[in-house]
Design a protein around this ligand. Structure first.
Ligand code: ADP
Ligand code: MG
Ligand code: MG
Length: 251
């Protein structure tokens, strides 16, 4: 589904990603861990096509397409979903209206008719139940005055509605209390199927108690220096990152 080959990327002339290789297959959950400043958010942003990042070399193929050729909105329409660390607030636009617009843009891109009101509401109801989000949240301005937990719930709701092929979740964790962690994890677990994949970017192992990854990759100084299974996350929690740096010869 996703294939990243020798990806180098920079921001404001400073090289951040220094040769990333990653293969993600349908049905898989990958965790990207690593110390602060190692480039985790940069990788997520480059996948989503955020403009402030420059890809200097390498390839990203998504479902057979050259992802780097696509604009951010085209990537979203192709099925890539990025949940940001800091969700934007849109005064005057309710989540409901935002979702309707987003869904119909995707349908238009795929050559489908806009969803009729009944189908849209049906889909909203189904997904509201799935992520246990309250109706009142959906009729408020997007993210405006939302608590941390409400923002998370809303993000997961958007993900449920858009049914992405590849979801990239960039979590700082720092602002997340245990309830918000559970919301994110339950959402990801419920939406998981054999045809989609998730990349969870996280500094701490805590989130991975709830979302069990198939693979854990450790990013250090712009490179994946170690890959393992879910047990690697527990080792990191216990021993920190220093032993990995030593093992990888990058300390
Ligand atoms: P992580 O998410 O792993 O903490 P980031 O991808 O956010 O790491 O950052 C990687 C490096 O890129 C850090 O050294 C950071 O200071 C730098 N960086 C990130 N954003 C910017 C920016 N807008 N301008 C300059 N440097 C940046
Ligand atoms: Mg950071
Ligand atoms: Mg980050």
């Amino acid at each position: 589904m996703l294939s990243i080959k020798d990806l180098h990327a920079s921001i404001e002339g400073k090289e951040i990603l220094k040769g990333i290789n990653l293969e993600v297959k349908p049905g898989e959950v990958h965790a990207i861990m690593g110390p602060n400043g190692s480039g985790k958010s940069t990788l997520a942003s480059v996948l989503a096509g955020r403009e402030d990042y420059t890809v200097d070399s390498g390839e990203i193929t998504f479902n057979g397409k050259d992802l780097l050729e696509l604009e951010a909105d085209e990537r979203a329409k192709e099925g890539v979903f990025l949940a940001f660390q800091y969700p934007i607030e849109i005064p005057g636009v309710t989540t409901t209206n935002f979702m309707k617009t987003a869904l119909n843009k995707i349908r238009e891109y795929k050559g489908l008719e806009p969803l009729d009101a009944v189908s849209f509401l049906g889909q909203m109801k189904e997904k509201m139940k799935l992520v246990e989000i309250d109706q009142s949240l959906l009729s408020r301005s997007l993210n405006e005055g939302f608590s941390g937990g409400e923002k998370k719930r809303n993000e997961i709701f958007q993900m449920a509605m858009l049914e992405p092929t590849l979801a990239v979740l960039d979590e700082t964790d720092s602002g997340l209390d245990i309830d918000a962690l559970r919301i994110v994890a339950n959402g990801v677990n419920k939406l998981k199927n054999d045809d989609n994949a998730t990349i969870v970017v996280t500094h701490y192992q805590r989130l991975l108690d709830y979302i069990v990854p198939d693979f854990v990759h450790v990013l250090f100084d712009g490179k994946i220096v170690k890959t393992g299974g879910k047990e690697l996350a527990h080792q990191l929690e216990e021993k920190g990152y220093d032993w990995i740096k030593e093992e990888a010869g990058v300390a």
